[in-house]
Design a protein around this ligand. Structure first.
Ligand SMILES: [Zn+2]
Length: 115
């Protein structure tokens, strides 16, 4: 996409929380988006949970989240705040919602701003 001002080539740039394209010749820039959408959050989040290993719904939710079988998931739940996954925001959000849906508590590190 050439510059609208002078027709020269434009290159992508990132500045703080802003990204866009900037003309290499005249410097005119167009901001394409801000870092406020979950899709471009590249943070690797750690998701830990608290649940009851005697509760089948909790164990099943953990099994679904980790891809483990029921027994492995139950053993995992017997640990103190087990680490269920490390992943990007969308993935973490999906798992977190599935855990909250069965009444479990979650901790996400670093601070998770996608609700
Ligand atoms: Zn230009």
């Amino acid at each position: 996409m050439p510059c609208e001002q002078c027709g020269a080539k434009r290159v992508a740039f990132k500045a703080g929380r802003t990204q866009g394209v900037q003309c290499v010749q005249c410097g005119a820039s167009v901001v394409t988006s801000h870092f406020s959408t979950i899709e471009i959050d590249e943070t690797q989040y750690e998701l830990r949970c608290r649940g009851d290993y005697r509760d089948q719904a909790h164990v099943r939710a953990v099994a679904a989240a980790t891809g483990d079988n029921f027994l492995v998931a139950r053993n995992l739940l017997q640990q103190d705040r087990p680490l269920l996954m490390v992943g990007q925001a969308q993935e973490v959000l999906k798992v977190r919602n599935s855990l909250l849906a069965v009444g479990m508590a979650c901790e996400i590190c670093p601070e998770f701003r996608w609700e």
